[in-house]
Design a protein around this ligand. Structure first.
Ligand SMILES: Cc1cc2nc3c(=O)[nH]c(=O)nc-3n(C[C@H](O)[C@H](O)[C@H](O)COP(=O)(O)O)c2cc1C
Length: 145
C-alpha cells in the first residue's frame, strides 16, 4: 500500500478541529497524500482499506469517553482493518488528565494498531505550544514506515 494518511476527527466546538488541522500540516510535510475530514464525512471501511496511516482526534465526552454518536461507531467499524495499521490519537478536553485518550488507545492497540507516539491532549482551544505538538504528532506518525 502506498503511503496515505487520514486525519479524521470529531469536534463539537472547533477545538479538536484546530488540532486536526495542525496534525495534517505535520503529516503533509512528509507524505503527499493526506486526507483531513470530520468523522461524519467518511466511511470507516474506505478509510480502513485505503489508508496506510490513520490519525484520529476526538474531544472528551460523557464521563471520560470518546463521542458516542459518530466517533464510537466509526471506530467499531474500523477495527477489523487495524492489524498493523500505523496510528495516532489526539483530542481536546476541559479538565481531564487523559483517561478518555488512554482507554481509546488501549482499545485500538488491542485491535492491532501500532502507535509510534503517545496520545496527545490539549485543554480547550489549543495554544501555540499544543499546535506545535500536533504538527510533531502528524509528522511522526506519517513518517513511520
Ligand atoms: C457533554 C459534555 C461532556 C464533557 N465531558 C468531558 C470529560 O469527561 N472530560 C473533560 O475533560 N472534558 C469534558 N468536556 C469538555 C470538552 O471535552 C471540551 O470542551 C473540549 O475542548 C471540546 O472540544 P471540541 O470543540 O473539539 O469538541 C465535556 C463537554 C461536554 C459539553
Amino acid at each position: 500500500m502506498s503511503e496515505k494518511v487520514a486525519v479524521i476527527y470529531y469536534s463539537a466546538t472547533g477545538n479538536t478541529e484546530a488540532m486536526a488541522e495542525a496534525v495534517s500540516i505535520g503529516a503533509k510535510s512528509v507524505v503527499e497524500d493526506v486526507l483531513l475530514a470530520p468523522v461524519a464525512d467518511v466511511d470507516p471501511e474506505t478509510i480502513g482499506k485505503e489508508y496506510s496511516h490513520i490519525i484520529l482526534g476526538c474531544s472528551a465526552w460523557g464521563v471520560e469517553v470518546i463521542e458516542e454518536e459518530q466517533m464510537k461507531p466509526f471506530c467499531e467499524k474500523l477495527k477489523p482493518f487495524l492489524k498493523g495499521k500505523i496510528m495516532g490519537i489526539f483530542g481536546s478536553c476541559g479538565w481531564s488528565r487523559g483517561a478518555w485518550l488512554n482507554s481509546w488507545y488501549n482499545e485500538l492497540h488491542f485491535a492491532g494498531a501500532v502507535f509510534p507516539a503517545q496520545p496527545l491532549l490539549a485543554y480547550g482551544y489549543p495554544d501555540k505550544e499544543s499546535l506545535k505538538k500536533c504538527e510533531d504528532l502528524g509528522k511522526k506518525v506519517a513518517g513511520t514506515r
